[in-house]
Every structure is written in C-alpha cells, then in structure tokens.
Design a protein around this ligand. Structure first.
Ligand SMILES: NC(=O)c1ccc[n+]([C@@H]2O[C@H](COP(=O)([O-])OP(=O)(O)OC[C@H]3O[C@@H](n4cnc5c(N)ncnc54)[C@H](O)[C@@H]3O)[C@@H](O)[C@H]2O)c1
Length: 257
C-alpha cells in the first residue's frame, strides 16, 4: 500500500533493484508464517503463491541474495528468514518516533506488529500541550518541544508522521534537522525533503480510489458482457441507447426481448 518516493537510484549500491527490495517484506511475511508453523522447506511456487508474487520473479529476486534453493527440496525457510531480515536491516533494533498522536497516531502506537519486526517505538510526540504526559499504548506522550532531544538521545533515524497535512512539512523539517533520515508519512501531502532522505507515504484513500477505478471497470465489463448475451434486436437497441447516453449518464432501460 505504501508508495515510495526515494532519492535512491533504481538499483541499490549492493546491486539489489528497488523493485526486489519492495518485494522482500512480502516474502518475509509469508516465510514468517511458514516458520511459525515449523515448515522446514518451501518450493518457489508455494512461496510465490503465499507472497502473491510470480514464481519466476521470486527466483530472480532470491538470486540477488545469493539464494538458489535446492532442486527438488526448495528453500530452507529459517535460512531465508535470516537472509531477508539481514538484507532489510531487521537484525538490528530501529527506534522510531511517531509524531501526531491523534486517532491514527494512537492506533499506530498500539499496533504490536512494529516491535515484533524490530521497530521499537521510542517516543510518541504531539504538539498539543494538553496531551503531554498522557499515556498512550503504555507510554507518556511527549511535547514537540522535546522532539530534537528525543531524536538525539534515542539515536532515532526513522520518523512516522501522523499529523494533519498542514503540519507535516514543518514536522519533517524538524525531524530531518534533528537527524532522522527516513520518514513514513501518513499525512496526505507531498513532503519536500533533501537528498539522502527516504520518504514512504501511506494513503488508504488513494488505495480505495484505485479499487473504485477497478470496480467501475468491472461494472462496465459486466454491462458489456450482458449486452453481448442479448438477442440482436435488443442488442441494437441497447447500443443505440448507449449512444444516446447523456452527460448525466441517464440511460433508458432496455429489457431483453
Ligand atoms: N494514510 C492514511 O491512510 C491515513 C488514514 C487516516 C488518517 N490519515 C491522516 O493522518 C493524519 C492524522 O489523522 P488523525 O485522524 O489521527 O487526526 P487527529 O486530528 O486525530 O490527530 C492529529 C494529531 O496531530 C497533532 N498535531 C497537530 N500539529 C502537530 C505538529 N505540528 N506536531 C506534532 N503534532 C501535531 C494534533 O495535536 C493531533 O493530536 C491526517 O493527516 C490524516 O489525513 C491518513
């Protein structure tokens, strides 16, 4: 769901293409599920299906990791979990701060999936003085006055922005000036960041709009398929009605003969 905007070349310096990097978390999620079920090995086809990726693409992706699997046996699940985690930098602890502890920020703070993937929420920061000291997900919210100090003391390099759109640019600038070099932006705005800072943005409404586009297409296809089943005279009448379709989309109903 995240759409990336990074200042990195399409191929990382170690020769792993960005598109492969973007798929590694999908493989890891599928592999972690297999590992939890104590499955020792997996074929490329099974893993590709579980990750929702084409199996030829998966084999190519894994070749960048130097992992080729064993013919007839497949890939060693535990070893791949280790290899991908290492490649993604998940074998080390990443402290993150969440800025903007409203509905979304509080929900993110309460999400247990960060910690289990190596992301420790180091601090929750909000500009509202009334929120300072209030516990959210078992942590006291800290005021934005403390932002620079928190980043420095915790060695934070990843910041999550969940403020209103109007505040996001200024928040990103403060985070970056304090030492943050990666931002996950939930605010619906495009951030201007200097070279070397990675921004990923998450916008659920954009995803819904894309689904709406596909729904509209499906509805159009279904209409076309239904029209194709009509007897010729009724089909001609339906086509004529479609041609008469006004700007408001008002189409006279045509019933099959
Ligand atoms: N990406 C998505 O899919 C998605 C989904 C829901 C909401 N959002 C966006 O997330 C943001 C937060 O939504 P919400 O419903 O939690 O809003 P909210 O109003 O409940 O919370 C916003 C919080 O940000 C704080 N804030 C305002 N300015 C700040 C600043 N300069 N520094 C630090 N904190 C500041 C406010 O005090 C408030 O607590 C909005 O931009 C919203 O559009 C995105």
């Amino acid at each position: 769901m995240a759409t990336g905007r990074t200042h990195r070349p399409a191929t990382r310096s170690r020769g792993i293409p960005e598109a492969t990097v973007a798929r590694l978390p999908l493989y890891l999620r599928a592999l972690t599920a297999l590992s939890e079920r104590s499955v020792p090995t997996v074929s490329s086809e099974e893993l590709a299906a579980a990750a929702g990726v084409n199996s030829a693409k998966l084999r190519k992706d894994f070749s960048y990791l130097g992992s080729y699997g064993t013919r007839g046996v497949g890939y060693d699940v535990e070893y791949l979990v280790y290899q991908i985690s290492r490649e993604l930098g998940l074998t080390q602890d990443w402290p993150v701060v969440i800025v903007g502890i409203g509905n979304l920020g509080a929900a993110l703070a309460n999400y247990g999936g960060f910690a289990s993937r190596g992301f420790r929420v180091a601090a929750l920061i909000d500009a509202d003085p009334a929120m300072a000291g209030k516990p959210v997900a078992g942590m006291p919210v800290q005021h934005t006055d403390e932002l620079e100090k928190i980043i420095e003391e915790n060695g934070v390099s990843i910041g999550v922005i969940a403020t209103p759109a109007g505040a996001a640019q200024q928040v990103s600038e403060r985070l970056i000036a304090a030492g943050v070099t990666s931002i996950l932006n939930f605010a619906p705005t495009v951030l201007q960041v200097p070279e070397g800072v990675d921004v990923r943005k998450v916008d659920l409404s954009i995803e819904l709009q894309i689904l709406a586009f596909h729904e509209q297409r499906k509805a159009g296809d279904a209409e076309a398929a239904a029209a194709a089943l009509l007897p010729p005279a009724a089909r001609r009448a339906a086509e004529a009605a479609a041609n008469r379709k006004g700007p408001d989309g008002d189409v006279p109903a045509v019933m099959p003969a």
